[in-house]
Structures are given as C-alpha cells and as structure tokens.
Design a protein around this ligand. Structure first.
Ligand code: ATP
Length: 306
C-alpha cells in the first residue's frame, strides 16, 4: 500500500443533452451523451489524522475546502461502506473550470473514490464504486468511466458509446459560474412560457442516431452538425453574453458550437489539432471569454498516476 495516491480525472462535455420532463423525484429524465476531454483535475490522497481538504488552481476560492466538498463526501461514503474512518488529506489541483458545466466537482468525487480505494486497499468492485458514485451525483459515475457514454435515467445509467478516433475541442471559460439547478429551473420556466408544460407533453429523451454514427465513424464535421443541448436556451437566457462567445467561435471557423452542459463554458469542435490551437488563440483574443483552452478526447476516466 502506497502512502500517497494521485488520481487524474477529466472534464466532460455533453455532445447531446436531451432533457425530458420533471420526474416525481424532482430530477429530469435525460438522454445525455457524455464525452471525456483532456482538461483535468488531480486529486492527491494522503493519510492524515482527520479528513481535510485543500484546493489549488485559478478558481480555488470558489471551491469549498471542507467536508461539503464532493471529494470529501466521496471519501466518507467509501469509508462508511467498508467500515474505515476516512483519515485522509485530499488535495485538489483544479484544472477544470468551477461551476462551468464540465462536472468538475463530480470528477473530483470520482477521483476521491478511486484514490481512497487504492490507498486503503479496499479493492472495491467497479460495480460498487459505480453505485456509490451514483449516490454522490448523476455525473459522478461518468467520471469513473470516461471515454464516451450514453447516460439515461437522471444521467447515471451509463452505456459506453463506441468512437472512431480523436476529436479536437476548444473550451471558452467564462468569468463566474452558473448554478446547475438554476439552469434547469430556467429551462422549465421557458418551457412553461412556451405554452407547453415542463412536466408533460415532452417526448422521452433519446440518443440521436446521427450523432452516435458520427462518433462511431470519427466524422468531426458530422458530429459538429449534430451537437445539441436542450439546456442551451436556458443558459443563454441567464447569461446572454454567451451568444457573443458562441458567435466568435463560429466566426473563427469552429465546425460545431454549443454550451457545455449547464454552462457557462462554451464548447467548440475543430477539424484537427492545429485548427483547435488557432481557434483557442482567436477566442482568447476576442474578449468574449476569460480564456480558451484546447483539449482532445475521448480520454479515460479517473486514473491512478504512477
Ligand atoms: P455539472 O456540470 O455537473 O453541473 P459544474 O461543472 O457546473 O457541474 P462544479 O464545478 O461541479 O459545477 O461545481 C458546482 C458547485 O459545487 C461549486 O460552485 C462548488 O461550490 C461545489 N463543489 C463542491 N465540491 C466541489 C469540487 N470538488 N470542485 C468544484 N466544485 C465543488
């Protein structure tokens, strides 16, 4: 058993996010195609007298450094399952934008599950880790899995999606985050205004076969045309400035644009790595975002580093 474990975990973008009606438990039925991209957090787990958390990175001040941190909650949950007192220090090096719609907190929870499992030698079955992950949050199981996967239910019931190669993205990071519950609330409000109801009259969400085929064949142009996010109108309603960011990316040659998850990060698909690098430079200079970061994917989920 090693005395320190570091786990690297990627951000996600939803290449499709189809949002159904509100369910009786308050969640929305989803068809969510998660795609893991090479923007990472690293969570280092070290034995300690008690459970403590520290956070580094440009957005560290926006992340709780106490037991409310999702990574700490993951350590407590895994410990409870195996009768272990979670005496660890969790250090989170955040490269994933905070409250950015890229599931950074969920990623850290997945990393803490994997890191504590390795440190404590619990040897948890992947199915047990997935069950604990789903208890922590709808996006946490995907942090364990990575790659590309269809999430159904409230997003936590995952099936891997085959892909035919790498895709090249740019992520425009905004100043300040958006609250995921607020964006779902705005989505419901806009649907109610539209004359329908946010609870009924909505088709059961399903994965788009055209999008799945584009992923399978590695066809970036077809994927760019098929990107969709039902939360985008709500994110734009709450943060109208994002329209200028999306436009700047399209004008600079992106082959697909969308708001990532609940936003406010915007995602742009490029045709290759060189185009992504050029697009990132143009977007950063456009003044429509804080910074723009190129990242390729799909990449694996939470992984212990040597
Ligand atoms: P999602 O895409 O899953 O909706 P997000 O990327 O929009 O999530 P997160 O970065 O996960 O949002 O953060 C949402 C909130 O969760 C933050 O404002 C923060 O207060 C809280 N939080 C708790 N633990 C963490 C963590 N480890 N990293 C980031 N935020 C955390």
């Amino acid at each position: 058993m090693s005395s320190t474990i570091t786990v690297r975990v990627p951000a996600k973008v939803n290449v499709q996010l189809a949002v159904g009606g509100r369910r009786a438990d308050g969640f929305h039925g989803l068809a969510s195609v998660f795609f893991a991209v090479g923007l990472y957090d690293e969570v280092t787990v070290t034995p300690a007298d008690r459970l403590t958390v520290s956070v580094a990175g440009p957005d560290a001040a926006a992340v709780p450094a106490d037991r409310s941190n999702l990574a700490a909650r993951a350590a407590v949950l895994l410990g409870a399952r195996y009768g272990i007192t979670p005496q660890v220090h969790l250090h989170i090096d955040k490269g994933i934008p905070v409250a950015g719609g890229m599931a950074g907190g969920s990623a850290d929870a997945a990393a803490a599950l994997v890191g504590c499992d390795a440190l404590w030698g619990t040897g948890a079955d992947p199915a047990v880790l997935a069950e604990l992950a789903a208890e922590l949050g709808s996006d946490v199981p995907f942090g364990l899995l990575g790659g590309v996967a269809l999430g159904e239910g409230r997003g936590e019931v995952l099936s891997p999606v085959p892909t035919g190669g790498s895709f090249h993205w740019v992520f425009a990071v905004a100043d300040g985050g958006l609250s995921t519950p607020a964006v779902y609330g705005e989505c419901d409000r806009l649907r109610d205004l539209d004359g329908g109801s946010a609870d009924t009259d909505l088709p059961v969400p399903a994965a788009d076969p055209v999008l799945l085929e584009a992923l399978r064949t590695g066809d970036a142009t077809a994927l760019g045309a098929a990107l969709s996010n039902d939360l985008q109108p709500a994110a734009l309603s709450l943060r109208p400035a994002l329209a200028a960011t999306l436009r700047a990316g399209a004008d600079a040659g992106a082959i697909g644009t969308l708001v990532s998850g609940s936003g406010p990060t915007c995602a742009f698909l490029a045709k290759d790595a060189a185009s992504a690098a050029a697009l990132a430079t143009t977007l950063t200079a456009s003044g429509t975002c804080r910074t723009a970061l190129p990242a390729a994917g799909p990449v694996p989920g939470a992984t212990v580093l040597d």
